[in-house]
Design a protein around this ligand. Structure first.
Ligand code: HAM
Length: 437
């Protein structure tokens, strides 16, 4: 039997309802904040990622799926979306129509990491990018959007970590000081850090090797070296977040795994997946657009790990009691999630009834009422069981005799209330009954 590649997986129908509800909640929220959707290719020229994410990052050094196509061009399955969105912004000269562009995209990314819980080689991201705004208010707003989305999904134990990485004004002096610190710790550093430190000393601060982490515990931090512009910017981000009631901690060790960041960076961390891991990460990248041969303009964004987010939301939904779920079902997200169960399950008993059941169910489907008819010819008892399994809100019992007597039985499965529906005009009557017209 042929199976999926290691680190790749199917998202099965039992899980896609939750994924779709999350995606819809996110896109609705983005649209309310003025974002528009963009769809970008899954493959790009390797150079795009090498130049933006950075030659000395783990992603570019060892995690990209890169191969020559038949003509010898070097292509890469996208390991993230930011580089592609920036490429598209430049390629289509989007800034010309309006310098401010707010874009979101949802889709698969590919990184050849070691697979484990919450880490896959094909994984999904919900990605948001904003171009053309230098104000710190937009930094705060992106963190607010993440906070609001997680609140709507019923999550509470997530924590925003924020930091500032400085800019091209203050970074060089900081790097110099970091380098001299690293030179004093050389015997404790791994080979990767030793190799990367001359070219890109900030990378060492993101190293996951325990000995390096210990050696770098008291490394200088960017926060102590911010120029006044960066410092004012960061202060505004923090004070606005406080004013809006968004909980966060300042984490001076947060440097992120990609090179393009400047000023504000952030991650949303959770312990719900075992060891602490990031559900989302992002930050400012004010130099990137120019570096990719575009105009000099500002950029900032984030990406949410959808696989991880869906895992955490599933834990919360599955661990809630029936009462909690019913109380929660008032929420928009729960409504989206449970919209998947049939409104009506038609149980036809007899041949004539089965034909009519097919016709009625099709008309109800077209009218936007989620209806399922059963064609198996099995007994009322076994079909009531199937209706239960499907979580149907109502069953419509249509035996040949009920049709003859012009009185079909519509039963609300929760309240057990019963209604009689005529066999002549059941679609309209059901529509009226369900308050859909
Ligand atoms: P990133 O931190 O590399 O940032 O990824 C963002 C999120 O994607 C992570 O926090 C995590 O939840 C998820 N993720 C990453 N790798 C995996 C994996 N192998 N399996 C499952 N989930 C994963 C970026 O990608 C930046 N482009 C974010 C950004 C947008 N910055 C500015 N704009």
């Amino acid at each position: 039997m042929i199976q999926t590649i290691r680190g790749f997986r199917d998202i099965l129908p039992e899980d896609t309802a939750l994924w779709q509800a999350i995606e819809k909640s996110a896109s609705e929220l983005f649209e309310d904040f003025g974002f528009q959707e963009i769809r970008i290719p899954i493959m790009e020229k390797t150079e795009l990622f090498a130049r933006s994410i950075g030659e000395t990052t783990d992603i570019v050094e060892k995690e990209m799926y890169t191969f020559p196509d038949r003509k010898g061009d070097k292509l890469t399955l996208r390991p993230e979306a930011t580089a592609s969105v920036v490429r598209s912004y430049i390629q289509h000269n989007m800034g010309a129509s309006d310098p401010v562009q707010k874009l979101y995209t949802i889709g698969p990314m590919f990184r050849r990491e070691r697979p484990q819980k919450g880490r896959y080689r094909q994984f999904y991201q919900i990605n948001a990018e904003v171009f053309g705004i230098s104000s710190p208010y937009i930094d705060a707003q992106l963190i607010l959007i993440l906070n609001e989305l997680f609140k709507r999904l019923g999550l509470s134990e997530l924590k925003a970590h924020i930091n500032s990485l400085g800019c091209k004004e203050c970074r060089p002096a900081f790097q110099k000081e970091l380098l001299s610190f690293l030179n004093g710790k050389k015997e404790h550093l791994c080979e990767n850090c030793l190799r990367r430190m001359e070219k890109n000393p900030l990378r060492t601060l993101d190293c996951k090797v325990p000995e390096c982490r210990a050696a770098l515990a008291d490394a200088p931090s960017t926060l102590d070296h911010l120029c006044s512009g960066c410092s004012d910017h960061f202060e505004t981000v923090k004070s606005v977040l406080n004013e809006q009631g968004v909980d966060f901690t300042v984490d001076k060790t947060l440097v992120r795994g990609l090179d393009y960041y400047s000023r504000t960076t952030f991650e949303i961390l959770t312990t719900a997946l075992g060891a602490q891991s990031a559900v989302a990460g992002g930050g400012r990248y004010d130099a990137l657009i120019k570096e990719l041969d575009g105009p000099e303009t500002y950029g900032i964004g984030f990406a949410i790990g959808l696989d991880r987010l869906a895992d955490i939301v599933a834990q919360v939904v599955n661990s809630s009691s029936v009462e909690e779920r019913e109380a929660g079902s008032q929420s928009k997200f729960m409504k989206l999630l449970y919209a998947k169960v049939p409104d009506i399950f038609i149980i036809p008993l007899g041949e004539k009834a089965t034909r009519l059941a097919y016709l009625w169910s099709s008309s109800l489907n077209i009218a936007g009422i989620r209806t399922e008819a059963d064609y198996s010819g099995r007994s009322l008892k076994s079909l009531m069981k199937r209706a239960d399994r499907l979580n149907a809100a109502h069953v419509l019992i249509a035996g040949d005799q009920e049709i003859e007597e012009n009185a079909l039985v519509l039963r609300n499965m929760k309240t057990k209330e019963q209604y009689f529906i005529t066999a002549e005009n059941p679609v309209e009557e059901i529509e009226t009954l369900l308050n859909r017209v």
